[in-house]
Each structure stands twice: as structure tokens, then as C-alpha cells.
Write a protein that binds this ligand. Structure first.
Ligand code: ATP
Ligand code: MG
Ligand code: FE
Length: 339
């Protein structure tokens, strides 16, 4: 089964060709970072326009890279939501047109389910129930995933997503966009114990998250000690230490709660997914803790953690095996929220 995957939920226009849910023939991602960078965040209207310009060239590149033609495609999998509606509609319309013109199935995919499915693309078999942390720009949640079935949310963020906290703190510190990557890079040179930022574990046994407190703590720190530009001149603190300490507060909560979920549900496998899963310290701490507790850890390559269409094709394949395909594709609409 050869699936063309299409993703356009936020600021990446992506297409990929995947066979049987795991064999990747091509993986094309056109990032809009340069477009949104001057604004310090994604501007929805600009995102939609860039998707319109990029969608057909990206699909053509994915087909050419896979060495196949449109008529070789057995089904189209596309992100239906959650995301920016104007952005989603571009990928969805392209997918509907291809499905209609070729008479092939259209498989609507939940973007978060897509992130989760990247866990199946790491190479190791994942055929038992597992706990997956999905940690991205808009979401932070722990799921219990049945390999052949549905997934159940065990806990989610009550305010900011972890990626959002990275991005907002980077903006606050004037470090550029997207913030996660910059903070990851600076942290490698910093001392994570330099400052003690709040780690929100919430009520005993809670698997929910809250990251607004640590963000506010960084804001207070900057009010008291001055912005990084002045700290660099005066030497009052090292920006690298600030970044590393902030990162540590987020990473520690993510690691401890995911491990607690795995223990509670007696699974042996733990997976990591979503854009923030590209974070090197998070990956390192997950490796350490999983080894310590005897869990098998599944971490997709960083490229498959951030938005891409391979994961959408993989999720489409799983959904197709489970449910068949969408029977009224013309009526399918984009969903801004969809948990
Ligand atoms: P969602 O998937 O929730 O709809 P999204 O698609 O915008 O949101 P992703 O593309 O999955 O999110 O991830 C982007 C987020 O990942 C951004 O917040 C970015 O800062 C963060 N991120 C990317 N790389 C890193 C990194 N190395 N360290 C920390 N955060 C990172
Ligand atoms: Mg993105
Ligand atoms: Fe995403």
C-alpha cells in the first residue's frame, strides 16, 4: 500500500511517500521559518499563503523523490487537524482533489496521532502497548497506545504546551525563533543547576502538566537581573546558565511524569514524539531514566519529531487498517481543535 502523506497544519508544508506504513520512499519538508522569524511567531495568514505557493511543488518533489507517479499512489493521508484552519485547508483541498481525480481513498489524520506514529518509524519493533509523551509546539500529553488500536490520553497540559514555553521564553530573552532550538543549543554550554526554577508536579499522582509558572519565573528573573543583552555586558549572569536551568525544569517534569505513567500502566515500552522530542537534553534524560527502570525507549530521529508528512502517511496507514477510509471525502472539513 503506497500512501502519499500531506501535512500543512502550521508552518511546514510537507509531503512524503511511504509504503506499508514504515518504508519511507521520500520525505519533503518546506519550512516557513524565514517567513515568520521577523514576527517572533507564526502569522496565520502568511502561513496559509505560503502553503498555497508550496503545496504542489512539495507534492511533486515527494513523488519525484520516491520515483513514482500520481497514478501509483494507492491512498492519500492528510492532516485534518488540529492546527490553523487556513493552513489545514490548503493540504486538505489538495488531498481531496487528488483523491477525487484518481478515485483513490482519502484518509484524514489527527496531527497528534501523526506525531505519535513517528514512534513506529524508529526501526525497533513496537508491538506491545506503550506509553508515549507527545510534546510539541501546541500540545503536551501522555498517551497509552495500543499498537493495533486506539490511544488513551492519561494527562495533558493545563496551560502552556512545553514547546510554547520554550518559544515564549526565547522571545522574552530575545533569543530568536523558533525558541526550542536556540535554548537547546545555548543550554549545551550552561549549568542546569545554576538557577532553581519551579518544577510543577501538581497534585500527587497527577499526570497533567503546567508550564506557565516556570515561564513567569523566567520573566521575574529578567525583571530582577536584566535582559541577556545587559547580562552579557555586565557579566551578572550567564545566559547559557539561564537557558540550561529553564530547560532542566521543563525536561525533569516531562521525564518523571512519563516514567510514572509507564510504571502505573505496567508497560515495558516508552516513546517520545513531537517537536520538543528533538531536544537533546530531553532525549538524554529519557535514555538515562528508561535504562535505569528497564524500559525500552523508542525515540524517532529528530527530523521525524518536528512536523513532517512521513508521520502522517504512517498514521494514515494505521487508521486505514483499523477503520477503512473516509467515505465522503468531499465533506471533510478542517478541525482547528481535535484532541
Ligand atoms: P502541534 O504539533 O502541537 O500542533 P507544532 O506542529 O507547531 O504544534 P511541532 O512542529 O511538532 O509543533 O514542534 C515545534 C515545537 O518544537 C516548537 O515549539 C519548537 O520550539 C520546539 N522544538 C523544536 N526543536 C526543539 C529542540 N531542539 N528543543 C526544544 N524544543 C524544540
Ligand atoms: Mg512547525
Ligand atoms: Fe506538530
Amino acid at each position: 500500500m503506497l500512501i502519499l502523506g500531506i501535512e500543512s497544519s502550521c508552518d511546514e508544508t510537507a509531503a512524503a511517500v511511504v509504503v506499508g506504513g514504515t518504508r519511507v520512499l521520500s520525505d519533503v519538508v518546506a519550512s516557513q521559518i524565514a517567513v515568520h522569524s521577523p514576527y517572533g511567531g507564526v502569522v496565520p495568514e502568511l502561513a496559509s499563503r505560503k502553503h498555497v505557493e508550496g503545496i504542489l511543488p512539495v507534492i511533486e518533489e515527494a513523488l519525484a523523490g520516491a520515483g513514482v507517479g500520481l497514478t501509483d499512489v494507492d491512498a492519500v493521508a492528510v492532516t485534518q487537524g488540529p492546527g490553523l484552519v487556513g493552513a489545514l485547508l490548503v493540504g486538505l483541498s489538495a488531498a481531496k482533489a487528488i483523491s477525487y481525480a484518481l478515485g483513490i481513498p482519502l484518509i484524514p489524520v489527527n496531527h497528534l496521532e501523526g506525531h505519535m506514529c513517528a514512534a513506529f518509524l524508529g526501526g525497533d519493533p513496537l508491538d506491545r502497548p506503550f506509553v508515549c509523551l507527545v510534546v510539541s509546539g501546541g500540545h503536551t500529553a501522555i498517551y497509552l497506545v495500543e499498537p493495533e488500536g486506539e490511544s488513551r490520553c492519561l494527562g495533558t497540559t493545563r496551560d502552556d504546551a512545553a514547546g510554547e514555553a520554550f518559544d515564549k521564553v526565547a522571545k522574552l530573552l530575545d533569543l530568536g525563533y523558533p525558541g526550542g532550538v536556540v535554548i537547546d543549543r545555548l543550554s549545551a554550554e550552561g549549568n542546569p543547576q545554576a538557577f532553581d526554577f519551579p518544577k510543577a508536579f501538581l497534585e500527587k499522582d497527577s499526570l497533567d502538566f503546567s508550564f506557565s509558572g516556570v515561564k513567569t519565573a523566567v520573566a521575574h528573573f529578567v525583571t530582577r537581573h536584566g535582559p541577556p543583552s545587559s547580562a552579557r555586558r555586565s557579566g551578572s549572569y550567564r545566559v547559557e546558565d539561564l537557558a540550561a536551568s529553564f530547560q532542566e525544569a521543563i525536561v525533569e517534569v516531562l521525564v518523571q511524569k512519563t516514567m510514572a505513567a509507564a510504571l502505573r500502566h505496567s508497560v515495558k515500552d516508552v516513546a517520545l514524539a513531537g517537536g520538543v522530542a528533538a531536544n537533546r537534553r530531553l532525549r538524554e534524560r529519557f535514555r538515562e531514566e528508561a535504562a535505569y527502570r528497564g524500559f525500552t525507549l523508542h525515540v524517532p530521529p529528530a527530523r521525524l519529531c518536528t512536523d513532517n508528512a512521513v508521520m502522517i502517511a504512517a498514521a494514515g496507514y494505521r487508521a486505514w487498517k483499523r477503520n477503512g477510509f473516509c467515505r465522503a471525502p468531499a465533506e471533510l472539513d478542517a478541525r482547528s481543535r481535535w484532541l
